[in-house]
Every structure is written in structure tokens, then in C-alpha cells.
Write a protein that binds this ligand. Structure first.
Ligand SMILES: Cc1ncc(COP(=O)(O)O)c(C=O)c1O
Length: 396
């Protein structure tokens, strides 16, 4: 595989363009081939025995990976800065696989109240059946606060920073410090930063998960997830993924790797366009608050300033006043913002959000709309939003 010269380093954009690529052994072809595989045949029993000793590093069976999925994993790991990355079939599979690596019957997990709804569903409707209890905590909690919530049976603190609907940025280093003092692992959903703007392992996180479906793939055409661990956590993660039988189709792994090649450029454009659109919205009389980590109005903005190096394309607004009919008129009038639940692709999206809460109320329910700013010209997007807000006002 291509790598910097001995003693040298590559900057992130360079790394993303080359890591996982091995043209020297692929007839000079830049992109790795897509290996479709189930059975892997061995020339001798001794060779099979040897490969089985290191199943996570060898090709023994299609389910446990192919050169194509290994190449994608290598690229993600280079970006995230962990010990190793495992790719799975979706972001939710990454969350489930990571969580199941560390919990057993009778254990307890602490989950941020701002977490993505299917994560709550995993806790409330699945882990509970197996005797694992969940408590939700205020995402703006400090180190002392989280330490007080840790029980003897707590095994995992789950962080999603920022929350992908309400956008609270968490004090991740303080949470990790408190967790590690009690032997608790911290799993973070790092999807919003695209792996580019937040370095989870430099801030103490033990496991970073991504909905690679979003910015890594970047083109709204593939479901993928990644789990990146430290040397202390990676074996437990591999065990969990093998037991669950998770597998990534080689074509999808290839599309993930292809997305990584342009990630640094795409995410910069998402960032600048989003800031322009959000600033325009901030000046509109209909808007009470912008929930974008780079804005002072966003809860936890100070942690974003301290720990992140930039911002991506997803944010919410809280409207001053709203009715369901007015929000419907806004959404339906928009031409460039499609109504859709995902994000991270080249296209702009809109989604009225209902934030699920257990620990702390969300001041904005029924008035919150989430936007993903795609790669279109931001001036066109602003014009579209002007039209949408006119329709909104007409229905208020
Ligand atoms: C923050 C976040 N994490 C995880 C996921 C799950 O990813 P996937 O849709 O690939 O299962 C999503 C999907 O919307 C998400 O927004």
C-alpha cells in the first residue's frame, strides 16, 4: 500500500488521495479492484492454518473482509487516527456493533440526550431486553456531572457531538477523563465532523463510529458504517462484528473509498456554503436561533471553538413562531432543498425535526427545521429559502 517515505508524513488531503491505493501490485491501476468473494481457497492446510491465526489481517472468508474493504478501512483509519477501522453495512450497524462489544446483562450505559433517535431505540427496545439499562444525560454536562452519574455497572458513555438535530457540542475531553477514571469506555458518533474537523482519539475517545453513508460516501447512493478503535478496544470490536455476522458488499466498500478521495475538498465547500446560508438565515425575522456549532447561539459553541477545526453542512434553525401548516408550506415550496432524512451528500436537504428527550427538555419543539447544505451555489440556495419563507409567512 502507498505510504509516506520513511520518517515522512503526508498532510490530510494528500493522505486521503493515496491511502489504500497500491498501483504497483495492480498493473499500475490507480484504484484497487473490487473483489467479489465468499470462498477463499488455500493451496495447503498449513497455509489455511496460518491465515486462521490472524483472521482480522488475512483473507479467510468473504464475510470477514476483502482487499477492497481493507483499503476503505485503511483510508478511514488514517483520517480518524485510531489503531484500526472496521467497516460495516450502515451507520446504525456501526453503533449497534460498537455498543454490543462492551455490554453484558446487568450493565448500564449513559447516553447523551441529544443522540440520534435509532440509538435511543437500540437502548430502549433492544438492549433493555437483554438486561442492559440506559440513562440519558444532559449533553452539556461537565466532567463532575458525568462522574456523578457513573454507576459501578456502567460500561459505556455514548457521545454524539454535536447532536444531529439539536446540535449541542459536548465537552468530550472532560467526559472521557471522568469515564477513564472509572474504567468506562467512551463511544462517539463522529459523523458530523466528517472525521475532518474533530480528532476523536486526541480527545480521549475509545471508539469512534461514523455513518459513512453521509460524508465519506458523499453521493447519497450507498449505505456504510465504520467503527474505529484504539489498541485496547479493537479486539472486542472485531469479536462483536464477527458474532453479529456484519459484512460490507465489495461494491459499497469501493464507493466508500472513492468518496474518501474527494472528502477534503467537498467538506470545505459544505463548510463555506453552510456558513453563508446560515448567516443569511440568522438575519431573517422568522428565525429565533441558529443551531450551528460555529454560531454563538449554539449550545456548547465554546467546546466547538476549543476542540473542532471547522464545521460541516448540517444545522437546524428554531423559528420564532410556527404552525404545522406554515412549516409544511416552507418545506413544500423549497425546490433545491429536498425533503429527506439523510445528509452528507452533494444535495441540499430539509427536515422538520421533532427532538426526542428524556433528561433535559428541548426549547424549540415544533419550531425546529434541519437543513443540509449541499454543493450547489449558495446564492441559489438562499434564493430558494427566501421563496420558502415567503410561503411560510403566508400560512402563519
Ligand atoms: C448522526 C447519525 N448517526 C448515525 C446514523 C445512521 O447511519 P445509517 O443511516 O448509515 O445507518 C445517522 C443517519 O441518519 C445519523 O444521522
Amino acid at each position: 500500500m502507498k505510504a509516506p517515505r520513511k520518517g515522512g508524513t503526508w498532510k490530510r488531503d494528500t493522505l486521503l488521495g493515496h491511502v489504500g491505493s497500491d498501483p504497483e501490485h495492480e498493473f499500475g491501476i490507480i484504484n484497487p479492484p473490487v473483489y467479489h468473494a465468499s470462498t477463499v481457497a488455500f493451496p495447503t492446510m498449513a497455509a489455511q492454518h496460518e491465515a486462521r491465526k490472524t483472521p482480522n489481517d488475512s483473507f479467510v472468508y468473504g464475510r470477514s473482509g476483502s482487499p477492497t474493504s481493507f483499503a476503505f478501512e485503511e483510508a478511514v483509519n488514517a483520517l480518524e487516527g485510531g489503531a484500526r477501522t472496521i467497516c460495516v453495512g450502515s451507520g446504525l450497524a456501526a453503533i449497534v456493533g460498537a455498543m454490543l462489544a462492551f455490554v453484558s446483562q446487568g450493565d448500564h450505559v449513559l447516553v447523551c440526550d441529544s443522540s440520534y433517535r435509532p440509538t435511543r431505540n437500540l437502548c430502549e427496545n433492544f438492549l433493555k431486553r437483554f438486561g442492559v439499562n440506559t440513562s440519558y444525560y444532559d449533553p452539556l454536562i461537565d466532567g463532575k456531572g458525568i462522574a456523578a452519574l457513573i454507576r459501578p455497572e456502567t460500561k459505556v458513555i455514548y457521545v454524539e457531538s454535536p447532536g444531529s438535530h439539536s446540535f449541542e457540542v459536548q465537552d468530550v475531553p472532560a467526559i472521557c477523563e471522568a469515564a477513564h477514571k472509572r474504567g468506562v469506555k467512551v463511544i462517539m458518533d463522529n459523523t458530523w465532523s466528517a472525521g475532518v474537523f474533530f480528532k476523536p482519539f486526541e480527545h480521549g475517545v475509545d471508539v469512534s463510529v461514523h455513518a459513512a453513508t453521509k460524508y465519506f460516501v458523499g453521493h447519497s447512493d450507498t449505505m456504510l458504517g465504520t467503527i474505529t478503535g484504539t489498541t485496547e478496544t479493537i479486539d472486542a470490536l472485531f469479536d462483536s462484528i464477527h458474532v453479529l455476522g456484519y459484512n460490507v458488499a465489495p461494491d459499497d466498500a469501493y464507493l466508500g473509498l472513492r468518496g474518501m478521495r474527494t472528502l477534503a475538498v467537498r467538506i470545505k465547500r459544505h463548510e463555506t456554503s453552510t456558513l453563508k446560508v446560515a448567516e443569511w438565515l440568522a438575519g431573517r425575522p422568522e428565525i429565533e436561533r441558529i443551531l450551528h456549532p460555529a454560531f454563538a447561539s449554539c449550545p456548547g459553541h465554546e467546546f466547538w471553538k476549543r476542540d473542532f477545526t471547522g464545521s460541516s453542512g448540517l444545522f437546524s434553525v428554531v423559528l420564532n413562531k410556527a404552525t404545522p401548516a406554515a412549516i409544511e408550506a416552507l418545506v413544500d415550496r423549497l425546490e433545491l432543498f429536498a425533503l429527506g432524512g439523510s445528509w452528507g451528500g452533494f444535495e441540499s436537504l430539509v427536515l422538520p425535526t421533532n427532538v426526542a428527550r428524556s433528561a433535559v427538555p428541548f426549547a424549540g419543539d415544533g419550531r425546529c427545521v434541519r437543513f443540509h447544505v449541499g454543493l450547489e451555489n449558495p446564492d441559489d440556495l438562499i434564493e430558494d429559502l427566501g421563496e420558502g419563507l415567503a410561503a411560510f409567512n403566508a400560512k402563519l
